[in-house]
Ligand binder design. Structure first.
Ligand code: NAD
Length: 508
């Protein structure tokens, strides 16, 4: 594999002591009631990165009780939008002042490159600023056409106590896609980060305290899906659960939440196609395909893990993608030049490898990679940039989420065929179309089943542009003004002006 671009272990200084994470309950940092804790070792460097309190059902109940009391007291839910926005803007400033500290822990716990962690953390500040703008500008609706003596007003109210459950792949970013929007709406929250990446959520808690959020408005419980996440999905004092993670756990949460009929918002997996028509700018498309599959080592709900390319340009495109793949820098996540870091765990690495081996056994061909990558000086798990062609729609690698740096190549001849292949997955998160013909782009965008469609680009995102999936990629939307709406209830106020109401009971 000498023809790949490898970055060996750098001499970056590693922390000597683990980060100690505690629960944040009712404004105070606390250990678990039973004293339990769990450790996280870096998937790239092997060192002990963090030791976190291991939440129990009782810890979770205490956090929920605090969020409930804070909501009902009105200390956050009934203050002005201006006051909420001021606090959110302060948090944004504090995030920017702490980028480096947060980014290093994010990289060590997740294995992602430090340059990417820095960009995610500083980018998260913008999500807080955008949410602050919504806190001040959200409004309801009025009906002045119901008759001379009637005025109808539709107001928006915070939904209440929200459970926020997040995954390991973008811990700080995904938290920032949810929390500031819930807070802008006036909700109070209980947050549970993934057990694999708990620490930057704790750091967020520190910033929230520094920004002056009242006690109980945001509570954090560290620990595992069982019992912490499960309790957050079932407790009758919780009004809504917003979850990002796997489709399998999303289904559990929906079932668990159904007993109390709480609202559930889900951001789940994806099997996102980029479809390349023969008139596309092949150089641009090849670069975007390379970015789409290796970004975050493919451990990304938006990974473009499959391309559907027109037969006439398939050879040229694959050749370019393979050449570009060799130039992508894989290796030590602490080196600022690294573009792709470690795989989250050894088990996950095995799962990725099994998809590739099974596809080969079913007749697919590996053009590049297809095996573990040894990074000199690091004991973590890395996977080679991998391109698999001759993939057919019936192979699991074509329609299941691999969540690794593995690209599947399928080919098509007609628009109908391209649409059928793109829609041939239980997922519907995002899709891309490459063509210089606007009619082709628009027809594809309107017929593909996806929550986001990119045209001649991939993964451009903005706080203003809402995000979410169709089919088994989820329900509900995040960011944008629709992201705020998820955390709001609407209430109709029907008001009579003057004594004009005709009596229902007849007199005499
Ligand atoms: P996961 O489903 O294993 O875990 C996500 C979170 O749920 C963790 O905090 C975990 O502790 C918790 N959890 C586990 N079991 C639970 C239960 N029974 N009840 C309540 N909570 C429980 O997902 P993951 O492995 O951390 O993340 C990878 C998945 O996330 C991928 O499928 C990816 O596509 C998806 N994802 C989706 C988006 C999106 O926006 N659509 C973004 C990022 C990741």
């Amino acid at each position: 594999m000498n023809d790949l671009t490898l970055i060996a272990a750098s001499d970056a200084r590693l922390p000597t002591d683990p980060f100690i994470g505690r629960h944040l309950i009712d404004g105070a940092w606390c250990d678990s009631i039973d004293g339990g804790s769990f450790d996280r070792h870096s998937p790239s460097h092997g060192i002990l990165v963090s030791r976190s309190a291991q939440g129990t059902k009782a810890d979770t109940d205490a956090a929920i009780a605090s969020a409930r009391a804070a909501f009902d007291s009105g200390v956050w839910s009934r203050i002005s939008g201006k006051a909420r926005a001021t606090a959110l803007l302060k948090v944004a400033d504090l995030i920017e002042a702490n980028v480096e500290r947060i980014a290093i822990l994010e990289t060590l716990e997740s294995g992602k490159p430090i340059s990417q962690s820095r960009a995610e953390v500083s980018g998260a500040a913008d999500l807080w600023r955008y949410a602050a703008s919504l806190a001040r500008t959200m409004h309801g609706d009025s009906h002045n056409t119901l008759g001379a003596d009637i005025l109808g007003v539709v107001i928006k109210e915070p939904i209440g106590v929200v459970s926020i459950i997040t995954p390991w792949n973008f811990p700080f970013w995904i938290l920032s896609q949810k929390l500031p929007f819930a807070l802008a709406a006036g909700c109070t929250c209980v947050v549970k980060p993934s057990e694999l990446t708990p620490s930057t959520t704790v750091m967020m808690g520190e910033l929230l305290i520094e920004a002056g959020l009242p006690a109980g408005v945001v509570n954090i419980v560290l620990g595992h899906g069982q019992p912490v996440g499960a309790r957050m999905a079932t407790h009758d004092a919780v009004d809504m659960v917003t979850f990002t993670g796997s489709t399998a756990v999303g289904k559990h949460i929906t079932a668990a939440a159904s007993d109390t009929l709480k609202k559930v918002a889900l951001e789940l997996g994806g099997k996102n196609p980029q479809v390349i028509f023969p008139d596309a700018d092949i150089d641009q498309a090849a670069d975007a395909v390379t970015f789409g599959v290796y970004f975050n080592a493919g451990e990304c709900c938006n990974s473009s893990s499959r391309i559907i390319v027109h037969r006439d340009v398939a050879d040229a495109l694959v050749e370019k993608v393979v050449a570009l793949s060799r130039k992508v820098t894989f290796g030590d996540p602490l080196n600022p030049a690294t573009q792709v870091g470690a795989i989250i765990s050894a088990d996950h690495q095995d799962k990725i490898d099994t998809y590739v081996k099974d596809a080969v056994a079913a007749g697919a061909e590996v053009c590049l990679g297809g095996a573990e990558l040894n990074v000199p000086g690091l004991e973590g798990k890395f996977y080679q940039p991998t391109v698999v062609r001759n993939v057919t729609p019936d192979m699991p690698i074509a329609y299941e989420e691999v969540f690794g740096p593995v690209l599947s190549v399928l080919t098509f001849e007609t628009m109908d065929e391209a649409i059928a292949m793109a829609n041939n997955a239980s997922y519907g998160l995002s899709a891309g179309v490459w063509s210089q013909n606007i009619d082709t782009c628009l027809e594809f965008s309107r017929r593909v089943q996806a929550g986001t469609v990119w045209t001649n680009t991939w993964m451009d995102g903005f706080p203003e542009m809402t995000f979410g999936g169709v089919k088994q990629s989820g329900q509900g939307r995040e960011i944008g003004s629709y992201g705020l709406d998820e955390f709001l209830e609407v209430k109709s106020l029907v008001m009579r002006i003057g004594q004009t109401r005709a009596p229902w009971v007849r007199n005499g």
